[in-house]
Ligand binder design. Structure first.
Ligand SMILES: [Fe+2]
Ligand SMILES: [Fe+2]
Length: 249
């Protein structure tokens, strides 16, 4: 088994072996929006010993994995997988959690003032993600699929893929901030002793939402986007500037 290098970024480590994401989830190391950080730096930021964390990652490598290997997919297959597994999940889960966070805030907000932060951060995340997914599905993912199929660089409004990808990454960071706010305001989704079943269901749903968002953003930030940019650069070099346009601009 290849040794894990502490200088490798946490995003690359998960891209190599998706099961490692479980270790990072447990240790609260951000491998999606914070995926460009070296393992040693990410461990230092969390006050963790890098050697111990490498031991846990190697242990995870030795165990069977049922996590999808995004790195082994074509760009088109990965974009399809992200839509089916993560966008469809959000379209089903966001309305359910919208109703539940509204109810819990309305009923228990006076007793627990931090529920206002949870509700506001959730609404921000929901609005952001619904618009974000539409942009990926209608603009960026079709450009990536077409580039892969036709082996031709795609141009959107005169620019390369770098601009829409940077925009999507910035929106991921905003969503990550909203998730961090909800986690902090609920003590890591821990129910207070007096919490009713609806309150507990809300925390369970939000914790699940956070886990899914981490996987989702990781697959885009650390696998799909870098591979798409690498292919674009390869094709641009080969064609010396020849490209087709995506939106008729
Ligand atoms: Fe997405
Ligand atoms: Fe995204």
């Amino acid at each position: 088994m290849a040794q894990i290098n502490p200088d490798t970024t946490v995003g690359e480590l998960v891209a190599q072996r998706p099961a490692r994401s479980r270790v990072f989830e447990t240790l609260k190391i951000d491998y999606c929006c914070g995926g460009k950080l070296a393992l040693s730096k990410a461990c230092a930021n969390r006050g963790l010993d890098t050697g111990t964390v490498i031991g846990l990652l190697e242990q995870a490598d030795g165990q069977a994995t049922d996590v999808v290997d995004a790195g082994a997919m074509s760009l088109g297959d990965l974009a399809d997988h992200i839509v089916r597994a993560h966008h469809d999940f959000l379209r089903a889960e966001l309305p359910r959690l919208d109703a539940i966070t509204e109810k819990v805030f309305r009923v228990h907000g006076e007793h627990e003032p931090r529920l206002k932060q949870v509700r506001e951060a959730f609404c921000e995340l929901k609005d952001e993600m619904l618009s974000h997914m539409a942009k990926e599905e209608h603009v960026l993912f079709p450009m990536i699929r077409k580039m892969e199929q036709t082996r031709t660089p795609q141009s959107c409004c005169g620019g390369t893929l770098a601009h829409p990808i940077a925009q999507m990454e910035a929106e991921h960071t905003q969503s990550g901030d909203a998730l961090a706010t909800m986690s902090a305001a609920t003590d890591g989704y821990t129910p207070p002793p007096w919490a009713c079943n609806t309150y507990r269901a809300m925390l369970d749903g939000l914790a699940n939402l956070e886990r899914d968002m981490h996987q989702h953003v990781h697959k885009e930030n650390n696998v799909l986007f870098p591979k798409a940019l690498a292919l674009e650069s390869q094709l641009t070099g080969a064609r010396a500037g020849g490209s087709s346009r995506c939106c008729g601009a």
